[in-house]
Design a protein around this ligand. Structure first.
Ligand code: DAH
Length: 340
């Protein structure tokens, strides 16, 4: 009687174990059958009431039933673990023989690109490309360029002064001085680079921006030479007709000095933040080199003269790519730069 009940319990439990679809179901069977107050435990308790010879027989059967069920549970658990592992491997399977995707390629910053284009253009016209330090002496940034002590450009507002009297150059013009000192006349040079001004930042002003300085010193250089080079320069950059106007402009290092403006390419002259609503953008201040400047760098103005210009590279990039906020150029947002 007891034997039959045990066999029924065993076969019933086996079926449940084999058909369980989760670890939770298996655990429920274990608790119900093999747990401390489970079905088998009940049989062990009844066994105590049997006469001794039947008791040992029932004990054997109960033990073998217990072992069989424990073994089956363990095997099923293992099967679940194996299936989970297989699923994980399937999910994470990698083909190590596939070729790698390769590094993502970047590109040059639009300012660098224009700078290189202009370097190439001027090199083809016989100009040397010079580099100068961003930390300059007061002499080369101001005095040697004939900028008098009371000139507004020396105002504390505009210049980042450094300890010891040096400064962050406020323009690339000090490289003219370096060019004259190092190479002497005749001289054809350009100097692209970063310049710094202590300005409050808005859509058209940055404390850090780029210029490209140019200088030519020879015998009998005239405004006609200057205009020729400026026109060549603008045609090369914009690859189309741009409307320009020439105004007298005052810069201590040139005489006469000019402001060469171009009609704003962002708004077509109607007025926008880049042209400060004026329709024109100051792009290319220039002029004939002031004889004082030549003299201070040891060049005889009786024998030599020349022209100079200071192109706003940052503004130029904004015009060429229709960028209406200067802050985006150095804002470090790759999504912005990826457009160019
Ligand atoms: N250095 C001037 C500036 O930053 C620009 C400039 C004007 C440069 C006239 C020149 C020049 O070489 O001839 O405002």
């Amino acid at each position: 009687m007891l034997e039959q009940s045990i066999q029924e319990l065993e076969s019933g439990s086996q079926r449940r174990i084999q058909s369980a679809s989760s670890l939770e179901e298996l655990e429920a069977v274990r608790v119900e059958v093999l747990g401390r107050k489970g079905a088998l435990d009940q049989f062990f308790k009844q066994m105590g009431k049997l006469p001794p010879d039947e008791r040992s027989r029932a004990g054997k059967i109960l033990n073998s039933c217990k072992q069989a069920l424990e073994g089956a549970l363990e095997a099923r658990k293992q099967a679940f673990a194996d299936a989970a592992l297989r699923a994980k491997l399937d999910r994470e399977w990698l083909d190590l023989t596939l070729p790698a995707p390769g590094p993502r390629r970047g590109h040059l910053h639009p300012i660098t690109r224009i700078q290189r284009e202009l370097e190439e253009l001027f090199a083809s016209l016989g100009f040397t490309v010079l580099d100068g330090p961003e930390v300059e002496t007061e002499w080369r940034n101001f005095d040697a360029l004939n900028i008098p002590l009371d000139h507004p450009a020396r105002d504390m507002q505009d210049t980042f002064w450094l300890d010891g009297g040096n400064l962050l150059r406020t323009h690339t013009s000090p490289v003219q001085v370096r060019g004259m000192e190092r190479l002497g006349p005749p001289l054809r040079m350009i100097a692209p680079g970063r310049v710094f001004r202590n300005e409050s930042v808005d859509a058209s002003h940055e404390h850090t921006f780029y210029q490209l300085e140019g200088m030519m010193i020879d015998r009998d250089v005239s405004v006609a030479h200057l205009l020729y080079f400026m026109k060549t320069l603008l045609t090369a950059i914009f690859k189309r007709d741009v409307t320009v106007r020439l105004r007298p402009g005052y810069f201590p290092f040139v005489e006469p000095g000019f402001e060469l403006d171009i009609k704003c390419l962002i708004c077509g002259g109607a007025g926008c933040p880049v042209c400060k609503q004026g329709g024109w953008v100051e792009l290319l201040p220039c002029g004939l080199v002031n004889p004082n400047v030549l003299r201070m760098s040891g060049i005889d103005p009786e024998e030599w003269n020349g022209f100079a210009f200071g192109l706003g590279l940052t503004r130029l990039v904004m015009m060429r790519y229709a960028i209406d906020d200067i802050r985006q150029l150095q804002g470090g947002d790759v999504r912005f730069l990826e457009q160019f």
